[in-house]
Design a protein around this ligand. Sequence first.
Ligand SMILES: [Zn+2]
Length: 388
Amino acid sequence: MVTRPLLTTESIILESQESARVQQGATVVLSISHFPGITFIPTPILPRKPRRQSILETLGTENENVENVPKQITPRSPEGLVITRRKESLLSVLRGEGFKTIRATRYETVIAMANMAIVNCQINGRNALNLKGFFLLKCPDLTPLAFQLIYLDLSFNDLRDFPMEILCLKNLQILKLRNNPIKVIPFEIQQIKFLRIFIIAFNLITDLPHGLFLLTHLEELDISYNDITSIPSEIQKLRSLEKLNIDGNELTSLPSAILKLNLTKISCENNFIHPSFWKENSLNSPQRLTQITSWFIVRNNLHKFYDAIPAKVQKLLKCTSKCEWCHGPKFGKGFRVIRSCDIFGASQLPVMFHVCSSSCYRNVKKSTYIPDVIPDKRIPLNLELREG
Ligand SMILES: [Zn+2]
């Protein structure tokens, strides 16, 4: 009963072949045992089909083939999708639509396999779970493994949102989310306190959250091939970080804070870091006169000589940032200057400095190394690269 539509399809093809052969005058004997097994037919579901598209297609097929089913279900969530597919598969079995049953139950089978893997992990007390390439739309419940899992691989799935189910894994050390359409890393990632290796390459990430920089045990971070445009200075908080891969993003420069890290390896290929980008990325507008005056007063401690300073002026003298070169006060945006460094095994990395004054700007331009970043660590600066 299940295979009826397939047999029909096969017989159509074979009939046309048969008629061609009959014309040649040959005798053809068809045997049912020679038909290919139905379970080996490649699935028509594309791995990266947008979810809304799948839902609409599922609904479309449903309306086409099952007229008697009331159309009250409009699934919006992955759960909704599964429910529809379950209903559909049951109805399909009753109606004998074999091919459709296979197509409709496929995702359920995948879910069942994922859950089996979790149960298997739980029963055998394993601490590694590999759900790579399941094309999962949603991460399964991982609470049964909350305290035992150390390694989790969810690469090559269809996860659109960062799987919050992971946050319950208190002892997780290695997390691989390579090749998923994830757009946002949540701030809550800081809850995975013991994370040492985090791979989220080939996703659609645009920003790095503050919470990521609170992972003090992080040794390896792979955020290559995303849509990241800048690396926050807070990256310097990752004191254990040894390997950083930022290939294939939209970075134009690196923050000077990166020089404070203790990396053994950095990879920064396929970004917008060619020297010809430097000029347009470090254009400076003139500083405001109030900013220059404030800087001069604070820098020379002149404000300490006056007993009374008007509130308005006091407000102006409050500086909010630090010069990345002299570590003194910086008012307003200051000046931006890019220099290239050979560091952490990479050459000509463009490092952006935000400095307080035109004198610091000149010092950065003139200097051949970076002083006092970390004692005993002198980072050589390259002279400006020739354009073109
Ligand atoms: Zn300065």
